[in-house]
Design a binder for this molecule. Structure first.
Ligand code: PLP
Length: 390
């Protein structure tokens, strides 16, 4: 068995060696600025063009609708804050979900302070936005809906196509954070009526610090970052050429392997979920059973702290996350678990295990063994073992 057993692919993924290989020349040989007109710069520019096509192909978009950024956070911020300034004197009502990443909820808080009305759509226990609620809450002055495609903690997959159709029907802009779903689920921005979408390279075996946004042609959006005419004036700053090349290749490889990985990982995920339920008493699976990312397992274990499980797993060479990686360290239950109605005490025992390319049955069997023994020991230590015995 190979250690560490990495089960935190929703936090980040290792760089694919083939992606690295494609990136390397753009650090050393073809280091030109893609905005320059001599050969060295044009070589870099050609590589950026290829990457733009590679990303666009995965989204069924046109290359001129893809804008490179520094990652998912910047893409989310640009789409939300850019829409604000470009629609200043128009509608001010925005719909969102309560389980968005902070890269969405923080800019929305700023918009609230700027006088926008942000309304949160309810989600069920499965972490899915109810479409009837979307329909009910859409108003004449609704400017935008921003609902993520797949959740980073519990892996729930939203009815993005249906929300997109409602938005198009009512002339409302639709943004989706696809950081967790890009390369893992098929996305067709046209069929799904998506106006803006955010992605990040490091979730799909690409480099950190690079991402992109899709902005449908003709969508008015003010730039967030000023100071240059790069990316058609929509995102100033010298392009991160090696990173962009890496994103393009990561997107290409992910789309090539998508179908087979969905089948392989769903089978492993389902085996793991069933085995956890059979081996650990008083354990709840969070989120949806059916509309779930194929690599996501999220559990809440009664009477055990998530952090204690993490430490024990780490000592055995297993990397996982308590709740969301971004909120690790916080003692408050995550906003996602609160939104799906998981009681505070149960949420303390939250553990997220996210599968990826390196995951196989042997690594999950080993994790299952360590985890069930850990829970047994921790419950015994706290004197609560009897309470949770079946
Ligand atoms: N949106 C979601 C759903 C995420 O999971 C993340 C990262 O975990 C981000 C946005 C931020 O992306 P990045 O790390 O590229 O800034």
């Amino acid at each position: 068995m190979q250690f560490p057993i990495y089960l935190d692919h929703s936090a980040t993924t290792p760089l694919d060696p083939k992606v690295l290989e494609a990136m390397l020349p753009y650090f050393t040989e073809s280091y030109g600025n893609p905005a320059t007109l001599y050969n060295l710069g044009m070589m870099a520019n050609e590589a950026v063009t290829t990457a733009r096509e590679e990303v666009a192909n995965v989204l069924c978009a046109s290359p001129d609708e893809i804008y490179f950024t520094s990652g998912g956070t910047e893409s989310d911020n640009t789409c939300l804050l850019g829409v604000q300034s470009s629609f200043q004197d128009r509608s001010r009502h925005i719909l969102t979900s309560p389980i968005e990443h902070h890269a969405i909820s923080a800019p929305l808080e700023r918009l609230t302070r700027a006088g926008y009305e942000i309304e949160t759509l309810p989600v069920g226990k499965d972490g899915i936005v109810d479409l009837r609620e979307v329909e009910k809450r859409l108003r004449k002055d609704t400017l935008l809906i921003t609902v993520m495609h797949a959740n980073n903690e519990i892996g729930s997959v939203q009815y993005v196509q249906e929300i997109g159709a409602l938005c198009r029907e009512r002339g409302v802009l639709f943004h989706t954070d696809a950081v967790q779903s890009f390369g893992k689920l098929p996305i067709d921005v046209r069929a799904m009526n998506i106006d803006m979408l955010s992605i990040s390279a490091h979730k799909l075996y690409g480099p950190k610090g690079v991402g992109a946004m899709y902005i449908r042609r003709g969508t008015p959006l003010n730039p967030f970052q000023l100071g240059g005419e790069q990316e058609h004036g929509r995102r100033a700053g010298t392009l991160n050429v090696p990173g962009i090349v890496g994103l393009g290749k990561a997107a290409l490889f992910a789309s090539r392997d998508m179908e087979s990985e969905i089948v392989r990982l769903s089978a492993l995920r389902d085996w793991f979920i069933t085995s956890l339920e059979n081996s650990i008493p008083c354990l709840a699976i969070s989120g949806s059973r059916s509309r779930r990312l194929s690599n996501n397992v999220h559990i809440c274990v009664e009477g055990v702290a998530g952090e204690s499980m993490l430490l024990a797993l780490d000592a055995a060479g297993i990397c996982a996350a308590a709740g969301s990686a971004c909120s690790t360290g916080a003692t408050e239950p995550s906003h996602v678990l609160k939104a799906i109605g998981i009681p505070r005490e149960l949420a303390q025992g939250a553990l997220r295990l996210t599968l990826g390319k390196s995951t196989n049955l042997a690594s999950l069997e080993f994790t299952l063994d360590i985890l069930s023994r850990t829970v047994f020991d921790l419950r015994k230590l706290s004197g609560t073992f009897q309470r949770y015995a079946t």
